[in-house]
Design a protein around this ligand. Structure first.
Ligand SMILES: Nc1ncnc2c1ncn2[C@@H]1O[C@H](COP(=O)(O)OP(=O)(O)O)[C@@H](O)[C@H]1O
Ligand SMILES: [Mg+2]
Length: 456
């Protein structure tokens, strides 16, 4: 094979790194290029064979040639200009023979030009790194799970207990009960907490994308596949936790693939050849009745048993209505912070009305109602007229139609509510006040008084 001629080498050095110097172990200059000599105000003839300290001011080449400790990006002042120098020990055949120095930026302006290009890239990278880290961190801890009722505390204690294990967890419960918060908290209290928490919502990802979303894909796996391929959620969650939300909405074909991954503990990217070992803990959640789905054949039985190692049933708000005032207070505190409002509270009337509601949407519904109220009100107290219309009229109707136990509220308010309902009903039947009073079996004056009291 033809060898690179020596004179080429010198030209290459001139092109690649503009200023270069080589010394032996005693610090004698063995090589220095022309451009460097020009700046120093000397010539190659004059510099070669000299002690480097007599050629370059403030040099440290002779030190690096002795200590063999590289000095990277050190500031080197020559003739009043700050340069950035890299100094490397030079080994030939495993033996220290001297040192090589290169000046990267000959002055502040050079450095600025470079840094102006690189700095924004570094900042951008930093931004994405932080965002990535934030998104993959679990956002809630057990401390954030408000509630004091027995059913809730039981679920919370069970969740705390399973955090330290590596077993799969299945969170069941209606929508809006806080299953996602539980998943965050379990991860945050586990030994995996320093690693990612990655959520996948099977219900929101189109079936044909779910596989590549979960397991990633190789370059060219399909049209539109990114160059270099892409990591799937399982890979992103490596050593951490993957939260399979709405697992009951996962199509059967994907259920089989998921089961295989859980059994083999390795994944294969879409369009890929090799398998990759993965170490993730599974937390799954659903508002569906998986057992019923297994019976009707829409959920794989083997996958169900695989996920159902530890089952935690997150109670609905209707089952823990006593927690409503506490939850409302916690949520209002959060809203006050988010909207930059002073202390927000519920009026007694509004609170009693909320206690009568059946809460099909659970805590999420409560959160929405409170947020809406904060948007429509001026002061700091949430009153009846700040509640959505469906809560403003006819609690009795709702109460009658709902199957849950009747909420206990102070008798005075119960009587007032019943009274107001009766007045409304009578006035609806007959807008004529004399007739309405007759229907209610009271005098007209009393009717007028009550109408004023209840704002009818
Ligand atoms: N115990 C709780 N304390 C405070 N807020 C809660 C609690 N549980 C749920 N929330 C709030 O209720 C909303 C719905 O919770 P989420 O975990 O998304 O429910 P799910 O996943 O069961 O549908 C979230 O915005 C969350 O902040
Ligand atoms: Mg959810």
């Amino acid at each position: 094979m033809k060898k690179l001629p020596y004179d080429w080498l010198e030209e290459i050095i001139n092109l690649a790194a503009e200023w270069v110097v080589v010394v032996d172990r005693e610090g004698i200059v063995l090589f220095i290029n022309e451009a460097y000599c020009d700046y120093l105000g000397t010539t190659q003839e004059a510099a070669l064979g000299q002690n480097v300290r007599d050629v370059i001011e403030n040099t440290r080449m002779h030190i690096v040639a002795k200590t063999a400790h590289a000095e990277i990006a050190s500031i080197h002042t020559i003739k009043g200009s700050e340069m950035i120098a890299n100094r490397h020990p030079l080994y030939i055949g495993g033996e220290l023979v001297g040192a090589v120095g290169a000046v990267m930026f000959r002055n502040a302006a050079d450095w600025m030009a470079y840094s102006n290009k690189v700095q924004p890239l570094i900042e951008e990278l930093d931004y994405y790194k932080k965002r990535f880290a934030n998104e993959l961190k679990s956002k809630y801890s057990f401390h954030d799970l408000a509630g004091e009722t027995e059913v809730f505390l039981q679920a919370k204690q069970l969740a705390e207990r399973v955090s330290s294990s590596q077993s799969a967890v299945l969170l069941t419960g209606q929508s809006g009960t806080g299953k996602e918060l539980f998943a965050h908290a379990i991860h945050g209290a586990s030994s995996r907490c320093a690693f990612p928490f990655v959520r996948v919502n099977s219900a929101s990802i189109p079936e044909q994308l779910l596989e590549s979303e979960l397991f990633g894909y190789e370059e060219g796996a399909f049209t539109g596949a990114k160059k270099g391929g892409s990591k799937g959620k399982f890979e992103l969650a490596h050593r951490g936790t993957i939260f399979l939300d709405e697992i009951g909405d996962m199509p059967l074909a994907m259920q089989s693939k998921l089961l295989r991954v859980l059994q083999e503990k390795e994944i294969e990217r879409v369009g890929g050849q090799e398998t990759k070992p993965i170490d993730v803990r599974i937390i799954a959640a659903t508002h569906r009745d998986l057992e019923a789905m297994v019976k009707e054949g829409t959920f794989r039985e083997d996958l169900y048993y695989r996920l159902n190692v530890m089952k935690i049933d997150v109670p609905s708000l209707a089952e823990r209505k006593k927690d409503l005032p506490l939850l409302a207070a916690v949520l209002l505190k959060k809203l006050a912070r988010a909207f930059d409002r002073p202390q927000l509270t519920l009026s007694l009337e509004a609170k009693n009305r909320l206690l009568l509601h059946s809460w099909p949407g659970n805590i999420r519904e409560l959160e929405n109602i409170l947020e809406r109220a904060v948007n429509v009100m001026d002061g700091t107290v949430i009153r009846m007229n700040h509640l959505p219309l469906y809560l403003q009229d006819d609690p009795a109707m709702e109460q009658r139609s709902s199957t849950e136990e009747t909420a206990i509220i102070p008798l005075k308010h119960a009587v007032q509510q019943a009274e107001k309902q009766a007045f409304k009903a009578a006035l609806n039947r007959s807008p004529n006040k004399t007739e309405a009073a007759r229907l209610l079996g009271i005098g007209k004056t009393k009717l007028y008084d009550k109408c004023r009291e209840y704002g009818l």
